[in-house]
Design a protein around this ligand. Structure first.
Ligand code: ATP
Ligand code: MG
Length: 509
C-alpha cells in the first residue's frame, strides 16, 4: 500500500508528459554558419529576437538584426577574427543597453560607452535601452522654448525650439558640421547638454572637432560618441540610437538636451551594407525597406516633455549629405519628411563667400517660429522681406538696367543685410546682440556706411554698448523685446557712437 502511494505521482507525471508533443532542445544555443565583414549568420538559436544581445564562445558580443526561417542574422561588436564557423553562440534574453550618466560629459566614447580618450574609466549612473518607444502625444507639449544656435541667419529666419527635429543638409564641405558645432558651442550659455554622434568619420576629423569644442569651452557640457569607417558596422549602426538613449536619460531628468547625428546618410549606408551582407531583399536604391522606419523612429524620440514628466526636452539635429545639390534623392527626402524643417546649405553660396551658406529660400522651420522671442520677431519679419526684395532686384543689376532711386536704396539695404548675415565659423552671437544687429540694419543705421565697413560698425557699436551702456544689453537679454525705452536708448547711443567711430576712422586714416 505504501509503495503504491509513492509510485503513484511518478506514474501520473509520466502519463501527463506523454500528452505533450515536443522534442526537447536547448533554444538559446546556436552555431555560427558563416562570418564576414562584421556580420554573422547563425543556425538553431530558436529563441532569439530582434534587438537581443548574443555572446559568442570567444566572448565577443553581437546584436540580432534579422530572423529568417533557418538562420539568425547578427552584427558583431568585436572583430571578425574572434568568431569562426562552427563556434557556439548564446542568446542572452537581454536587449541592448548603453551606460548613461553625467560622468560621460566631456568625454569621447564609443556607442557602447567605452572611453576612446585617455580620461580613465567612466562610472555609469544607469543603463538605458538603445531602442525605446518615443514619448506619446500625452507625454509631450508643443515646442515653445527657443534653442539659440548663435547663428544669425538661423535664429532670425529659421528659428529652432527645444524638442524640435531640424535637418541640416547640403553637399560635401558646405559647412554642415560647423553649424552643428556652433550650436553646441552656443549652448554653454544656456545649460543645454549636448551629444554629438559621429557616424563613420575619420579619426583626424574627430580629433579636430574635439579640439575645437575644448578651445571654445564647450566640451564639458558635451558627450562625443565616435565611430569610424574601418570598424565593426554594428557600432556605426547603433551609434545614433545609443546617442539618443544617452540623451533620453537627461531629458527624463528635466534637462534640455541637443543631439547631433552627423550624418544619417552614412548611417543609411551602414545599414544598407549590413542588410546586403545579411542577404535581406534590397529595396529602393538598394537600401533595406525599413530604413525610413528606422530613421523616423529615431527622430520621433526627440520631444518636449510636459510638466508632469519634468519638462525636459530632446532636440535632434540630424545631418544629411546631398550629391550635387540634389535634395530629391531617397534618404534626403525621407529625412525632410520626417523632420520639422531643414537648413539647406548651398555649394554656390559657399563658394561665392556667403558663409554660413544657408539658402534661405529652401530652408524652413515648421515649429520653431512659436518659440522665437518677441524681440527677434520684431526685427525678423522686416529682414526677410528686405532680403527677398533685394534678391529679386539684384537680378536686374546683372542686366545693367537703370534703376530708380527707391529700388537702388532697397538694393543698398539688401547688400548690407547680406553682409551682416555673414558669420565666421564658431563666432556665435548672443540673442540680444543679434536683435540689435538686425535693428540697426532694418532701421537704416548702416546705410551710410560702405558695405565692407558694416560688420565693423556693428561689432564696434556692440563693444561700445558693453562699455558705456551695459544695462541696455542686460535689459534686452531679460526682456527679449524691443520696448520703447530700449529703442530710444539704441537711437541715442548710436548717435554718440557714430561720432566716436568717425573720430576713430579719421585718426586711423
Ligand atoms: P563634410 O561634407 O566634409 O562633412 P561639412 O559640410 O560638414 O563637410 P564643414 O566641415 O562644417 O562642412 O566645413 C567645411 C569647411 O568650411 C571647413 O574648413 C570650415 O572651417 C569652413 N566653414 C564652415 N562654415 C564656415 C563659416 N561660417 N565661415 C567660414 N568658414 C566656414
Ligand atoms: Mg561634416
Amino acid at each position: 500500500m505504501r509503495e503504491e502511494i509513492l509510485r503513484f505521482p511518478i506514474e501520473r507525471i509520466e502519463e501527463k508528459l506523454k500528452e505533450y508533443d515536443f522534442s526537447p532542445r536547448i533554444s538559446n544555443i546556436g552555431y555560427v554558419k558563416s562570418v564576414g565583414d562584421g556580420v554573422v549568420q547563425a543556425t538553431l538559436l530558436n529563441s532569439a529576437f530582434v534587438g537581443e544581445m548574443v555572446v559568442f564562445e570567444s566572448g565577443v558580443e553581437g546584436l540580432v538584426l534579422s530572423l529568417k526561417e533557418d538562420t539568425v542574422g547578427i552584427v558583431l561588436f568585436g572583430k571578425d577574427e574572434y568568431v569562426k564557423e562552427g563556434d557556439i553562440v548564446y542568446s542572452t534574453g537581454k536587449i541592448l543597453q548603453v551606460p548613461v550618466g553625467r560622468g560621460y560629459l566631456g568625454r569621447v566614447i564609443d556607442p557602447l560607452g567605452d572611453p576612446l580618450d585617455d580620461g580613465g574609466p567612466i562610472f555609469p549612473e544607469r543603463y538605458m535601452p538603445v531602442d525605446r518607444e518615443a514619448p506619446s502625444i500625452f507625454d509631450r507639449e508643443p515646442v515653445k522654448e527657443p534653442l539659440y544656435t548663435g547663428i544669425r541667419t538661423i535664429d532670425a529666419l529659421i528659428p529652432i525650439g527645444h524638442g524640435q527635429r531640424e535637418l541640416i543638409l547640403g553637399d560635401r564641405q558646405t559647412g554642415k558640421t560647423t553649424i552643428a558645432i556652433d550650436t553646441i558651442i552656443n549652448q554653454k550659455n544656456y545649460g543645454t547638454i549636448c551629444i554629438y554622434v559621429a557616424i563613420a568619420q575619420k579619426r583626424t576629423n574627430i580629433a579636430r572637432l574635439v579640439q575645437t569644442l575644448r578651445e571654445y569651452d564647450a566640451l564639458s557640457h558635451t558627450i562625443v560618441i565616435a565611430t569610424f569607417p574601418d570598424e565593426a558596422p554594428a557600432l556605426r549602426y547603433i551609434a545614433p540610437m545609443a546617442g539618443c538613449a544617452m540623451g533620453e536619460y537627461f531629458m527624463h531628468q528635466g534637462e534640455k538636451v541637443l543631439v547631433v547625428y552627423d550624418d544619417l546618410t552614412k548611417h543609411a549606408n551602414t545599414y544598407r551594407e549590413i542588410a546586403l551582407l545579411l542577404r535581406r531583399t534590397p529595396g529602393r536604391e538598394a537600401y533595406p525597406g525599413d530604413i525610413f522606419y528606422l530613421h523616423a523612429h529615431l527622430l520621433e524620440r526627440a520631444a518636449k516633455l510636459n510638466k508632469r514628466l519634468g519638462g525636459g526636452a530632446l532636440t535632434a539635429l540630424p545631418i544629411a549629405e546631398t550629391l550635387a545639390g540634389e535634395i530629391a534623392t531617397y534618404i534626403p527626402t525621407n529625412l525632410i519628411s520626417i523632420t520639422d524643417g531643414q537648413i539647406y546649405l548651398d555649394t554656390s553660396l559657399f563658394n561665392s563667400g556667403i558663409r554660413p551658406a544657408i539658402n534661405v529660400g529652401l530652408s524652413v522651420s515648421r515649429v520653431g517660429g512659436s518659440a522665437q522671442p518677441r524681440g527677434m520677431r520684431q526685427v525678423a519679419g522686416r529682414l526677410r522681406l528686405d532680403l527677398a526684395q533685394y534678391r529679386e532686384y539684384a537680378m536686374f543689376l546683372e542686366f545693367g538696367t537703370e534703376l530708380d532711386m527707391a529700388t537702388q536704396k532697397k538694393i543698398e539695404r539688401g547688400k548690407r543685410i547680406e553682409e551682416i548675415l555673414k558669420q565666421g565659423a564658431h563666432e556665435v552671437q548672443p540673442i540680444e546682440e543679434q536683435i540689435i544687429t538686425f535693428y540697426l540694419a532694418n532701421g537704416g543705421f548702416l546705410d551710410s556706411y560702405p558695405v565692407e565697413k558694416v560688420k565693423d560698425v556693428v561689432v564696434k557699436y556692440i563693444a561700445y554698448l558693453k562699455l558705456k551702456a551695459s544695462s541696455l544689453l542686460v535689459l534686452l537679454r531679460q526682456q527679449l523685446e524691443l520696448s520703447d525705452q530700449i529703442i530710444y536708448q539704441l537711437h541715442t547711443t548710436f548717435q554718440e557712437f557714430q561720432k566716436e567711430y568717425a573720430n576713430l576712422t579719421t585718426t586711423q586714416a
